[in-house]
Design a protein around this ligand. Sequence first.
Ligand SMILES: NC(=O)c1ccc[n+]([C@@H]2O[C@H](COP(=O)([O-])OP(=O)(O)OC[C@H]3O[C@@H](n4cnc5c(N)ncnc54)[C@H](OP(=O)(O)O)[C@@H]3O)[C@@H](O)[C@H]2O)c1
Length: 256
Amino acid sequence: MAAAAAGGGEVPGRPVVLLRSGRSIPVLGLGTSHQGGYSHDAVVHALQKCGIRHIDTAKRYGCESLLQKAIKESGVNREDLWITTKLWHSDYGYENTKKACLESCERLGVDYLGLCRSIGVSNFLISHLEQLKEDCVVTPHVNQAEYHPFQRPQELVDYCRSRGIVFEGYCPLAKGEALTHPSVIQLAKKYGKTPAQICIRWSIQNAIVTIPKSTKAERIQENCKVFDFTIAEDDVEILNGLHDGRHVSWDPSLIV
Ligand SMILES: NC(=O)c1ccc[n+]([C@@H]2O[C@H](COP(=O)([O-])OP(=O)(O)OC[C@H]3O[C@@H](n4cnc5c(N)ncnc54)[C@H](OP(=O)(O)O)[C@@H]3O)[C@@H](O)[C@H]2O)c1
């Protein structure tokens, strides 16, 4: 799956990560999905009230046109917004990719992406990125892959960093599974935060661009309140130690 991204406005107190493309991506974004529903009001709330300036979507999620409506209603300018969308395998190839990008632009109601300002890949393991190196002249700016306390692919993160590829982590809450883990609950109590805030803050402290999804305005608000505390190094290590290799989305090692 290929990812195409562009835009990105800065909000005070909201860190951004500089990509090799010269663009800055907000470290915290809002996920959308074809699973678990889509809420127009929640996206508008995220943009208007929570300082969200980074939205993650995909052609496959089927909500690009809905996002167009929400972005318009929010009043946030295109140039202040980072939008990532992803193409599908069937769009591989120069002409197909170009066509798919332009179609995504149309559905999203934006005039750039299709002329991608930053390009990325998703679910690429080291072997896939090595293969890409042989075939392509451009190194991806971003690799989006699963990242949460049970899935912390440090070797892949290190490899990406060594090549200047920013690692973006999806499913930071492990689709909710991480929120009931005793260590996460214990740390939430210790810091006076919620389990979701602990997972998101941990991911960001590990320098991962992080894109939790929620269809509920109050949860999006909660998920954005992660810039007013720091998890101590010992506690980061506790969360790092929860890695057991499980995938809550899918396992890209099955793709050769
Ligand atoms: N590239 C890929 O292959 C790929 C694969 C999967 C996901 N992604 C991207 O990553 C994003 C996030 O992944 P995800 O949605 O699968 O997993 P996630 O963000 O780890 O978890 C989302 C789940 O947690 C719930 N939730 C959110 N905030 C919460 C809170 N504060 N308290 C309790 N529950 C909360 C949501 O329910 P409610 O909506 O009911 O709040 C939803 O069920 C997606 O939206 C998508 O943009 C990319």
